[in-house]
Design a binder for this molecule. Sequence first.
Ligand code: FAD
Length: 560
Amino acid sequence: MAVYEHDVLVVGAGLAGMRATIAADAGGANVAMITKVHPVRSHSNAAQGGINAALTSRGDDWDDHALATVKGSDYLGDQDAIEVMCSEAGDTLIELEHMGVIFNRDEEGHLGTRRFGGQEVARTFFVADITGQALLQVLYEQIVKSQARIYEEWFVTSLVMVDGQCRGVVALELMTGQLHLIKSKAVILATGGSGRVYEPSTNGLIVTGEGMAMAYRAGAALMDMEMVQYHPTTLKGNGILMTEAARGEGAYLLNSEGDRFMEKYAPNMMELASRDVVSRAVQTEINEGRGVDGCVLLDLRHLGRELIETKLSYINEVALDFVNVNLADQPVPIRPGCHYIMGGIKTDVNGATTIPGLYAAGECANVSVHGGNRLGANSLLDTIVFGRRSGHTAATYAAEAGEKAISESVINADRDFIKLLMSREPGNDSWAKIRRDMGDTMNEHVAVFRNEDGMQTAVKAILQLKERFAQLAVRDNSQVFNTSLLFTMELGFMLDVAETICVSALARKESRGAHYRTDIPERDDENWMRHILVHASPEGPSIDYLPVVITRWQPQARSY
Ligand SMILES: Cc1cc2nc3c(=O)[nH]c(=O)nc-3n(C[C@H](O)[C@H](O)[C@H](O)COP(=O)(O)OP(=O)(O)OC[C@H]3O[C@@H](n4cnc5c(N)ncnc54)[C@H](O)[C@@H]3O)c2cc1C
């Protein structure tokens, strides 16, 4: 058996994983990046609207960005972490520009900005409506230039733990069906979100939350898992994202009576209130009978054809292809859809998790910069800032970690599990049916509006789905690119993530940010200025609490 060995292994090749890899490589570590898809197919590629930064040279102030983020988070974000992210944003943006990202420019030739939700100031930098793709390609060039090795189309199946430390991973090479042990003194999880635990979702089909589930199984704490963001504007039918940049450029939201209904919900910020507020408003209009076919309308007509075709051409193409709407001529039907998870693996501002040797960055992590609700365009910033920090810290840690003997037998459990999946008698059930039922359950009961009964129903339903999963067989026994095996294994991880979301949601007895309970509609600062932690235990998920870090901004009533 080949032996693979590194100082730092980065799991994931999205923006967080790439930035971490570049930082660890610059720190002199022997670093590798492992990814289940080609690097530039990572979901970061789909980011449309932009990346936030307060540039002091433009008269902006990172304090103001930090305050908007704290308020956007509904005061659940840790303010020390938010200060780190916002104060490092300016240099981060300029560094990306110097690496070669061709940001849009304004008429004077300066970097152009657009306004995003929950912020008074236009501080979102962008490349048309393909910002993620532009960033990811440029970072990929840096990876190719570096010494880093890439394991491409390898699927990580578990973390290797030795004496309480993370010391590598077990991974399935999809091309050959072989399982491998990859030893590493430090491992950085940058596996992205878990959006596909819900259906429909704006997320790519590959966004299945394994990193969170693997860390959870290995004993790490997940935090704020109840905080799942529904984006207000996803396309009718399939839930493809219609970027917030449309509203940033001035688009209206209209109900069936032609009213700009945001006037009722957020008279000052209107369509650019924070996402949780706008999603609740849209859903309320639909629920109260002022929708159009289960949707409301996003109207861009007054922005003019030229702006639409230059700055929003991607969503214009999507609207044309899927619902036959040209945004310059007609409003497009949209509704809230699952988009992002604020919760994730608990880390400090250097990416360290509760397990020595294990780091996390990007959407799978929870540094606690988004709290109860992430501001649009803060996630790309999060991936780059904390990707860099975790890469740097992991390289420093690995340099002092010393050697540990690791037996090849650590791969046996995963090998036995795969054998079991392939040897079971196939019944009528399939991974696709269970995955669909899970997505529907989450979308029905743990979505924009929640209540005790619905969440209890969801917990029970997920446990039943786990029982069905425990009987599931993989019919295809082939070794080469066995996608049935891959999708089945993904589903196992997704069910763990779904369960942690449900139990965390049940635990939070108030409404805050994206977690809105119709049975307890008020925010309760006295009792709930705290994070919800969830650990794996033999009896199932176990809940713990941690106070929110406040530095400068005391909680206030939140209005937009
Ligand atoms: C449609 C859309 C538009 C968005 N627009 C914006 C925006 O404009 N601005 C903004 O700030 N945010 C936006 N977001 C959010 C933002 O894009 C994501 O939060 C961010 O890109 C996540 O990056 P990441 O590096 O954490 O993970 P990802 O880019 O999702 O990458 C995850 C990586 O992990 C790998 N991986 C996962 N599991 C395994 C495994 N088991 N084995 C091996 N590899 C694995 C994958 O192969 C992949 O390389 C958007 C999100 C979506 C879905």
